[in-house]
Design a binder for this molecule. Structure first.
Ligand SMILES: Nc1ncnc2c1ncn2[C@@H]1O[C@H](COP(=O)(O)OP(=O)(O)OP(=O)(O)O)[C@@H](O)[C@H]1O
Ligand SMILES: [Mg+2]
Length: 364
């Protein structure tokens, strides 16, 4: 639904050049909720602004719904843009207009007549749960209600695509939850495709089907959340499911098991203990439901060295679980940007720092 190819944006100020986007290839499938994560300055907002061409890319292409926006005339582009809604961190509501008046803005711009406008505004307010607040002014609303107005306004022209730039960053956790639930419902009821930017791993975990990690204008990792989880070197997966258990494998072999879908690690671990008569010590586990499927990781210690545990480890792998044997001597590395984040030795992977924050700290 949204596809960028080699999308590049260079900002030029007198004696300085900033490459905000560097050959970004993004592929967001229809009906998907796609999250873009990254630190402050990584290029996330520039990416979203280039997707609806509020910002002209320096080079590369953007296509939405199969139409290449970068090739359209100004007039055709204006028409296409109506089908792309956008919501913002700070809502951007007009303080002089009431809720209904704010939602009506895009309809007025599109030249929709008064009667139809009123009907549509009422329908949109119903959709976002604000029917009783049509006459309220933004100053009389909570943050969550303001964002609902922002969402209603973004949906006024029946867009196929919704772009969200840090839409929940100004909200408390409970309100964030309710806005994310609303976005998920709208995706289903309206068949929307949602591209959202966030620095909160929890947002990705709770509603995204796919995610990309940006760094210095480049996409350094992307894929479906479930697939990312099974990549031993995925930073997104490690930050989503940090395992806090110790790595010191004195007299034992420490193993990380990643599982998803219908399987869970628990029955395999108990079967393992019974069948091979090994002591299995569970050091840490992070299990979550992502998109209705259980996914997670478990860190276990098996008695004895690696050689003594080759057979039980083979058994786990045969069950379709991803099994990574930890290098007991590896440094415990930082989750997000530690210098040796996840040292990989063959099939071995270093641990995530205990208690590493599963978010991208905002530097602002
Ligand atoms: N209009 C502009 N002129 C010059 N440089 C810009 C402009 N807009 C963005 N940049 C630069 O491009 C880079 C990416 O900025 P961008 O706003 O896309 O980052 P971001 O990932 O959205 O960060 P944040 O999480 O803080 O919102 C930064 O180095 C920024 O300073
Ligand atoms: Mg930004």
């Amino acid at each position: 639904m949204i596809r960028t190819h080699a999308l590049t944006k260079v900002f030029r100020a007198r004696d300085r050049e900033v490459t905000a986007l560097d050959h970004v290839d993004l592929d967001v499938a229809e009906g998907e909720i796609f999250g873009v994560l990254g630190r402050s300055g990584a290029g996330k907002s520039t990416l979203i602004r280039c997707v609806n061409l509020l910002e002209r890319p320096t080079s590369g292409t953007v296509a939405v719904g199969g139409r290449e926006l970068t090739a359209l005339s100004a007039r055709d582009l204006r028409a296409e843009r109506l089908r792309i809604g956008m919501i913002f961190q700070h809502f951007n509501l007009l303080s002089s207009r009431d809720v209904a008046g704010n939602v009506a803005v895009p309809l007025e711009i599109a030249g929709v007549g008064r009667a139809e406008r009123n009907r549509k505004v009422a329908e949109l307010l119903e959709l976002v749960g604000l029917s009783g607040h049509a006459k309220a002014y933004p100053a009389q609303l909570s943050g969550g209600q303001k964002q609902r107005v922002g969402i209603a306004r973004a949906l006024a022209n029946d867009p196929r695509v919704l772009l969200c730039d840090e839409a929940t960053s100004a909200l408390d956790p409970e309100t964030t939850r309710s806005i994310l639930d609303l976005l998920r419902d709208l995706r289903s009821s309206l068949g929307l495709t949602i591209l959202l930017i966030t620095h909160e791993m929890d947002v990705v975990k709770s509603i995204c089907d796919s995610a990309a990690l940006m760094e210095d204008g480049r996409v350094v990792e992307s894929g479906s959340v479930a697939d990312l989880l099974t990549r031993p070197d995925s930073r997104l997966a490690r930050d989503m499911f940090p395992l806090g258990g110790p790595v010191d494998g004195k007299g034992s072999t420490v193993v990380d098991i990643t599982f998803r879908g219908e399987e869970t690690a628990h029955p395999f671990v108990s079967t393992l203990a019974r069948t091979y008569n090994v002591d299995v010590n569970i050091l840490g586990a992070a299990v979550e439901t992502v998109g209705g499927r259980q996914v997670g990781r478990m860190r276990i210690a098996l008695d004895g060295g690696f050689e003594q545990n080759v057979v039980p480890i083979g058994y786990l792998r045969e069950q379709g679980l991803q099994v990574d044997v930890l290098d007991a001597d590896a440094d415990v590395a930082g989750a997000v940007d530690g210098p040796a984040a996840g040292r990989i030795v063959g099939a071995r992977i270093a641990a995530t720092a205990p208690g590493a924050a599963p978010t991208f700290a905002k530097e602002a």
